[in-house]
Design a protein around this ligand. Structure first.
Ligand SMILES: [Zn+2]
Length: 100
């Protein structure tokens, strides 16, 4: 088997849309990031299916939830509409969905 390799140098950016993690600011492919959005009560929830309407933000891992909190990034990402952010709850949702 041959590994697929492009001969051209297109740069390190992955294919597809690129988003910035609101926690650490890393730029990654959208597919590599986890979307968070606002739930029905205005709380920030993990949106694995990327189906929740409205604005979303992207994080690369549960650890970045805390970083985003410190930077008040949720308030910015959701224009002040984000309600209470519970990092432990978010972290749990993260872990529960990351398994095979
Ligand atoms: Zn991050």
């Amino acid at each position: 088997m041959r590994s697929k390799s492009h001969s051209g140098s297109q740069g390190p950016l992955p294919e597809g849309p690129v988003r910035s993690c609101i926690g650490c600011g890393a730029r990654r492919a959208q597919a590599e990031l986890t979307r968070v959005a606002l739930g029905p009560e205005g709380e920030v929830v993990v949106d694995r299916e990327r189906r929740l309407p409205g604005r979303g933000a992207y994080l690369c891992g549960a650890g970045c939830v805390t970083a985003a909190l410190k930077r008040k990034a949720f308030g910015r990402a959701f224009r002040g509409k984000a309600g209470k952010v519970d990092p432990s709850k978010l972290g749990q949702a993260w872990e529960s969905g990351s398994g095979p």
